[in-house]
Ligand binder design. Structure first.
Ligand code: AMP
Length: 439
């Protein structure tokens, strides 16, 4: 029979790597809590229409990357409908904001999420079909201050803090403003006009995008198109007074907080709902991501709630690619340090198994991390297993059980000593310094 494997573009995350994932998520939770964010968990699948309306029919995500199926109804009261595995989480969060009338509180909503997203992309390093995002959204009615430039700067400063705390080195923040919902159509019209005489000389993708979604031409990486793209009109010249002032305030607040950024006029991002501030954090070459060097992206989406049939609710958010963050940390920190267990308990003979398990129970209750061997192992096998897994080995033989004095082998110090059962937990703890945190 053919062996079954994880589906292309999906992968298993195994220990010890999952320890790093947990540390990243714990750091995110701790940083986000300091900024007043609470966790939201939305369903992994939603009505297809949510993404078609929210993310945009013309985007790559909706036009070719979604996992969509016709879900059959199970009863007359439960009609069939088109469902989609979420390709991103902002649309779901805004749907939940509308559904639960969170705006009625009049308070700013600060929500974060951690979870898998699904896109049918061509798999490569740093690009998977199931990948994880850690994201956050700040939204609310305008009177809650949700469209203030201070929010944009606060979110960016929080991201800088998170990346520093989690240990990413050399990150860069690229920043732009794509203007309001009135600036953008004027800019897009100008782009279309400027593309008309030059598009036939551009790559196939650009030719198509010039028609369907001219903003996406700015994302093109084709070397031969770069000079043409650089000569196209810049969004900065099409911002109205209000958008210009908003962007200036974002930059001033970032300067006040000492968060470095580079204004990148071509940064428009792939999703239709962005307005005004857009941003991306990248890492330098050699950080384990190859060409996929975008760690995270985000921006403001002042009209999204209305696009989904909700009340006016300006907002800003981001999504960190957790898979890419992990690859970066691994590349920048070198090999993941494996934390060893506090002790390995080796019963000498199967008849000592119950006593060994009872000792393990006692030590685990005392908060120590313990593995237990099996009495059928020869001493050499116990030593080898213990040395791989733990910092120390505790021998449980007939004499030890009778006397309550145990033999403890410390692999680091290369010493063996006798310890009374009463002092065992304290001894294992005292001589078990934590490995320094990664990286
Ligand atoms: P987006 O939702 O497209 O703005 O992406 C936000 C972040 O999610 C990106 O900067 C990536 O780090 C990450 N990301 C997007 N697509 C993938 C994917 N297919 N595999 C892994 N990470 C991804």
């Amino acid at each position: 029979m053919a062996t079954l494997k994880a589906v292309r573009g999906t992968r298993d995350l195994l220990p010890p790597e999952t320890e790093l994932w947990n540390r990243v998520e714990a750091t995110a939770r701790s940083v986000f809590a300091r900024y007043g964010f609470g966790e939201i968990r939305t369903p992994v699948f939603e009505a297809t229409e949510l993404f078609a309306r929210g993310v945009g029919e013309e985007t790559d995500i909706v036009s070719k990357e979604m996992y969509t199926w016709e879900d059959r109804g199970r009863a007359d009261s439960d009609r069939g409908q088109s469902l989609t595995l979420r390709p991103e989480n902002t649309a779901g969060v805004v749907r939940a904001y509308i559904e639960h009338k969170l705006g009625d509180t009049g308070m700013l909503q600060k929500l974060f999420y951690i979870g898998p997203q699904f896109r049918r992309e061509r798999p490569q390093r740093g690009r998977y079909r199931q990948f994880w995002q850690i994201g956050a959204e700040v939204l609310g009615p305008a009177w809650s201050g949700s469209d203030s430039a201070l929010r944009d700067a606060e979110v960016l400063e929080m991201l800088a803090t998170f990346l520093n705390e989690v240990g990413v080195r050399g990150w860069q923040l690229a920043l732009n403003s794509v203007g309001s919902s009135t600036d953008r159509p004027r800019y897009i019209a100008a782009l279309r006009e400027a593309l008309e005489p030059v598009k036939s000389g551009m790559c196939e993708n650009c030719q198509r995008r010039a028609e369907t979604n001219p903003l996406r031409v700015l994302d093109c990486k084709e070397a031969s198109d770069q000079a043409t793209i650089d000569a196209l009109p810049k969004i900065a010249d099409y911002l109205d007074e209000e958008s210009r002032e908003h962007f200036a305030q974002v930059k001033a607040a970032l300067d006040a907080c000492g968060v470095a950024y580079v204004v990148e006029p071509r940064l428009v991002r792939g999703l239709d709902y962005y307005t005004r501030t857009t941003f991306e954090f990248t890492v330098p070459d050699g950080s384990g991501l190859g060409t996929q060097n975008a760690l995270l992206g985000g921006g403001r989406y002042d009209g999204l709630s209305e696009m989904l049939g909700g009340p006016k609710a300006p907002g800003i958010g981001f999504a960190i690619g957790e898979d890419r963050l992990i690859l970066t940390l691994q590349a920048q920190a070198g090999e993941t340090a494996v934390k060893k267990l506090d002790a390995y308990i080796a019963p000498m003979g199967v008849e000592q198994n119950p006593a060994a398990l009872a000792l393990a129970q006692e030590l685990r209750r005392a908060g120590l991390s313990i593995e237990v061997g099996d009495g059928s192992f020869r001493l050499k096998k116990s030593f080898d297993a213990a040395d791989k897994l733990a910092r120390k080995m505790v021998i449980v033989g007939e004499n030890e059980v009778a006397s309550g004095i145990l033999t403890v082998k410390d692999f680091g110090a290369g010493e063996q000593s006798k310890v009374g059962r009463d002092e065992l937990a304290a001894t294992l703890r005292a001589s078990s310094p934590e490995l320094p945190d990664l990286p």
